[in-house]
Design a protein around this ligand. Structure first.
Ligand code: ADP
Ligand code: MG
Length: 467
C-alpha cells in the first residue's frame, strides 16, 4: 500500500485503522470481491474531515463508489470520528486500466499453470449463469394487452426447434416482467431439453466476469465458454453502455453466437434505437431480430395478477380489496405484488379478514409513495424557485456560481430522492455526463458537512419536497 507524503504523524494510527477496516471488508464481502475491488484502494491524504483513497482506474472508481462507498464511509467513521467524508480518486500512476489489461498477451488455451476460473468443461460453468427463480415460469405469467407480444415471442423462443428470430430483444420499464420472461424461457428449455446449454445472467454480471477474466488472464476460456452456449440471455443490457471493453467483448460474443445461429435473448429498459451511447454497429445488429416491448400495465392485467396470486396464497382476500389495490398501485408489478404480500402476511398472522380500511392502514407508506412519486422535474422546479433562478438554468450550460450551485444541489437531491441512475439524472440536466452528476453529489456532500447554512437550506428543501 502506498501512503502519500502529506500524511503527518498520524500515519501509523491511520494505517492501523485502515488495516482493521480492510479486514472487516474482506470478511463482509468475501475474498474474491475484496481482492478485485477493495484491496487496490490506498490512502492518499487525510485533511481535516476529508479522507482521500485512490484506485488505479476510473472504471474501478465508479464501481467502488456505487457498490462499496457507503460501507467504507461507515467503517471509517466508526474507526475515526474525525472523518466526515471519504472520497475515491483515480491515481493513474498505478497502472491497471481495464484497457491495459485487455492488451496483455493472452495465454494459450489450457497451458499449464495458468489460473483459469472459466473452466472449459460445462459443469463448472454453473457459477456463470445466475440462479433461476422457480416462481418465474410461463405458468405464473399473466398475459394481458400490455405484454402479449413479449409473452408470445418468449414462448416462441422457448418452444422453437429452430431459432425463430435472433436476437429476441425485450424492453420496457422497471418491474413489468422482463426478467420473469427470461427465467421462464430458461426453465422451459431446461425441462424439455436438459442437454441444451442455457446461460442467463445480468449484463452487470457479464461485465464482472469479463473484468475478472481480464485480470486473471483467462479471457480465452471466457470467450470459449460464452461462445459455446446454445442459448445466451443477458438481462438489463443498458448497464454495459459506456463500458467500452465490455461492450466490445459483448458484441463479439453476440456475433459469434448469431453466426452459429444460436439463440440470444436480451432485455433493456429502452428500445435499441433509444439506448443512447450504444455503438452504431451494435444497434443495427440488435435490430435484426424481434424487438418486443412491454407496456405499462392496464387495470385488467393488474387485477389478473392479483387474483392469481391471491388464489395461490390460499388466503381469502375480498374482491373489493383487490380492486382497490389494482387502482391505487399502478406503477409496476413488483410493487403490486409487494402490497399484496403484505396484506396476505398480515391476514395470516392476525387471523382477521382483510378490509379496504385495514389495507389503507397497512399500506400507507406504499400508497403515499405511489401517489406522489418524486420526479427530477419537481425537484428542479422547487430548487429553482428556492434560489430564484430560471427553471431552464437547470439544463443550461451556464457555469456562473449563482446557477451552478443550485443545479448541483438539485442533482444531489435527485440522487437522494429518486431511484434514477447517475446517467439518467445527467440526461435530465441538459444531457450532462454521469461524472458531472457524481461530482455534484460529492461537492454538495462536502458542503453539507462543512457549511451549516447551506446544510439547513438543503434540509428545508428536502423536507418541503417530501411533505
Ligand atoms: P423487470 O425485469 O421488467 O424489471 P420482473 O420480471 O422482475 O420485472 O417482474 C417484477 C415482478 O413482477 C416479478 O415478481 C414478476 O414475477 C412479476 N410479474 C411481472 N409481470 C408479470 C405477469 N405478467 N404475471 C405475473 N407476474 C408478473
Ligand atoms: Mg429485471
Amino acid at each position: 500500500m502506498s501512503i502519500g507524503k502529506s500524511l503527518a504523524d498520524s500515519d501509523s494510527l491511520l494505517n492501523a485503522q485502515w488495516a482493521r477496516i480492510r479486514s472487516k471488508l474482506r470478511h463482509e464481502f468475501g475474498d474474491a470481491t475484496f481482492r478485485s475491488w477493495l484491496q487496490p484502494l490506498s490512502i492518499v491524504t487525510k485533511r481535516s474531515g476529508l479522507l482521500h483513497l485512490s484506485v488505479p482506474s476510473r472504471f474501478m472508481r465508479d464501481w467502488v463508489v456505487t457498490h462499496y462507498l457507503d460501507r467504507l464511509k461507515d467503517l471509517w467513521v466508526g474507526e475515526n470520528p474525525e472523518i466526515g467524508i471519504v472520497e475515491i480518486i483515480v491515481d493513474t500512476n498505478v497502472k491497471m486500466e481495464e484497457e491495459v489489461a485487455a492488451d496483455l498477451p493472452q495465454p494459450p488455451i489450457m497451458s499449464d499453470g495458468v489460473k483459469n476460473d472459466f473452466a472449459l468443461d460445462w459443469e463448472k460453468a454453473e457459477h456463470v449463469s445466475a440462479p433461476l427463480d422457480p416462481r418465474l415460469t410461463f405458468e405464473n405469467f399473466v398475459v394481458g394487452k400490455s405484454n402479449e407480444l413479449a409473452h408470445a415471442a418468449a414462448l416462441k423462443v422457448a418452444e422453437a426447434g429452430q431459432v425463430p428470430f435472433n436476437p429476441l430483444f425485450l424492453y420496457g420499464g422497471v418491474g413489468l416482467g422482463k426478467t420473469h420472461l427470461m427465467h421462464a424461457i430458461a426453465w422451459h428449455i431446461r425441462r424439455r431439453h436438459p442437454d441444451k446449454k442455457v446461460i442467463y445472467l445480468s449484463a452487470e454480471k457479464f461485465m464482472y466476469q469479463f473484468i475478472r477474466a481480464l485480470r486473471d488472464k483467462s479471457t480465452v476460456a471466457f470467450k470459449e465458454l460464452f461462445r459455446s452456449v446454445d442459448v445466451l440471455m443477458v438481462d438489463d443490457v443498458q448497464f454495459i453502455i459506456g463500458k467500452e471493453s465490455t461492450q466490445e467483448e459483448f458484441f463479439h460474443t453476440f456475433n459469434a453466437l448469431a453466426d452459429k445461429n444460436h439463440q440470444i435473448v436480451l432485455s433493456a429498459d429502452k428500445s435499441p434505437s433509444d439506448l443512447e451511447g450504444l455503438e452504431e454497429r451494435m444497434r443495427s445488429r440488435l435490430g435484426w431480430g424481434l424487438v418486443a416491448d412491454i407496456h405499462p400495465t392496464t387495470y385488467e392485467l393488474r387485477m389478473g395478477i392479483l387474483q392469481n396470486k391471491a388464489e395461490q396464497s390460499g388466503v381469502e382476500i375480498p374482491a373489493k380489496v383487490l380492486e382497490f389495490l389494482a387502482h391505487r398501485v399502478a406503477s409496476n408489478i413488483r410493487e403490486l405484488e409487494g402490497a399484496l404480500t403484505r396484506l396476505i402476511a398480515h391476514a395470516t398472522l392476525v387471523g382477521r379478514p382483510v378490509t379496504i380500511e385495514s389495507s389503507q392502514e397497512l399500506l400507507r407508506d406504499l400508497l403515499r409513495a405511489s401517489d406522489r412519486r418524486m420526479t427530477v422535474e419537481e425537484i428542479q422546479r422547487r430548487v429553482a424557485e428556492h434560489y430564484n433562478i430560471k427553471l431552464s438554468d437547470m439544463q443550461s450550460p451556464r457555469r456562473a456560481r449563482q446557477v451552478a450551485r443550485p443545479r448541483q444541489i438539485a442533482m444531489y437531491l435527485s440522487k437522494q430522492l429518486t431511484t434514477l441512475s447517475l446517467p439518467d439524472i445527467g440526461r435530465k440536466f441538459g444531457g450532462r455526463d454521469h461524472t458531472t452528476v457524481m461530482h455534484a453529489v460529492k461537492k454538495v456532500e462536502e458542503l453539507y458537512a462543512t457549511n451549516s447554512t447551506l446544510a439547513e437550506d438543503i434540509d428545508l428543501l428536502r423536507h418541503r419536497l417530501q411533505a
